[in-house]
Write a protein that binds this ligand. Structure first.
Ligand code: ADP
Ligand code: MG
Length: 309
């Protein structure tokens, strides 16, 4: 079944650190802009990855153009908290003073999941504003996603039936549960450990409260090191003098490739989502170029359009 990668307004990307989440988010953003949308990348966790990937100067708390039709913002917690408090007291100056007060600020951040709640509130507001579509959220880590998704339960027992916190909880829960507006994508690598973790995380999601899942990205998929005819020649080559090292190298590459394919098969068997395979770009000395990211984004879009595995 073909899947429109730009259908959902809010798209959350999760996966273990290092699997390529930020690269994939940047790639999808470039593809979205290419398709005529006005994408916004939201980065959590002060990593400034998008500054590097887009070679942009400081990206702030408001959407900042980073070129090629893409905008990005860094989710600043103090700013998000100020927004939230300002919405309650209706005077921004007061909210700013509250947040500037060290004691009060510590008090707010000590409450459970405040960071996540004010972040989600900001996302909901950006979605509502409608200036950007899709909004692509680079979730910092799997733990982040778990925290987001468990928010409604964390709060359910703590918040009364009415009041500002109830309104906030309802709004953020609605955003997370709305399969029309929101999708969660999984990013992983074709190696045993990330594969096992992704299968576990998917099982955890499937057992939890409903959230709309999008697609699975397997990043850094190695190309076959040798074609069939070349592989068939290896035993013959191994019998000849002087080729031992080359044969060993080729066999190791073949075994690695076979292992990657087995991981992808396992992921496919356990996770019933459209699957995208993005190629290994080789060991990069620096961040992938815009052109490389653009090519990854185009590959993702075309695989989904073809009705990815
Ligand atoms: N398809 C790819 N091929 C080669 N290297 C990649 C690929 N995707 C990402 N990388 C590299 O892997 C590293 C981690 O990528 P990044 O997007 O920062 O991951 P994450 O956000 O999940 O921590 C970076 O050095 C990045 O350049
Ligand atoms: Mg990252």
């Amino acid at each position: 079944m073909a899947l429109d990668p730009f259908q959902h307004r809010v798209q959350l990307f999760t996966g273990k650190g290092g699997v390529g989440k930020s690269s994939v988010v940047a790639a999808v953003a470039l593809a979205a802009a290419e398709a005529g949308h006005r994408p916004l990348v939201v980065e959590l966790g002060h990593r400034a990855t998008m500054e590097t990937l887009f070679e942009a100067p400081a990206i702030g708390y408001e959407p900042t153009p980073v070129g090629d039709g893409v905008a990005a913002l860094n989710m600043e917690l103090d700013e998000a908290l100020t927004d939230y408090i300002a919405a309650q007291v209706r005077v921004r100056g007061v909210a700013k003073r509250v947040v500037a007060n060290e004691t009060l600020r510590r008090f707010f951040y000590a409450a459970p999941a405040v960071a996540e709640v004010v972040t989600l509130r900001k996302l909901a507001e950006l979605a509502e504003r409608g200036e950007h579509h899709p909004i692509l959220v680079d979730l910092d880590a799997t733990g982040h996603a778990r925290m987001f998704l468990s928010l409604p339960q964390v709060f359910e027992g703590l918040v009364g039936p009415t009041g500002p916190l109830r309104a906030l909880l309802d709004a953020t829960t609605a955003l997370l549960r709305d399969r029309e507006r929101t999708a969660l994508h999984l990013v992983t690598l074709p190696a045993p450990l990330p594969t096992r973790e992704t299968l576990e995380f998917h099982a955890h999601l499937a057992a939890g409260p409903p959230v709309g899942l999008g697609y699975l990205v397997v990043n850094r998929v190695p190309a076959p090191p040798l074609g069939e005819p070349e592989s068939a020649l290896l035993p013959e080559l191994a019998r000849r003098e002087g080729f031992a090292a080359d044969v060993a190298l080729a066999e190791r590459a073949l075994a690695q490739h076979a292992l990657a394919r087995r991981c992808i098969d396992d992921l496919g068997a356990g996770i019933p989502l459209p699957r995208v395979e993005l190629p290994e770009l080789g060991t990069l000395r620096r961040a992938p170029s815009r052109a490389a990211l653009g090519a990854l984004g185009a590959a993702l879009v075309s695989q989904l359009a073809e009705g990815a595995a």
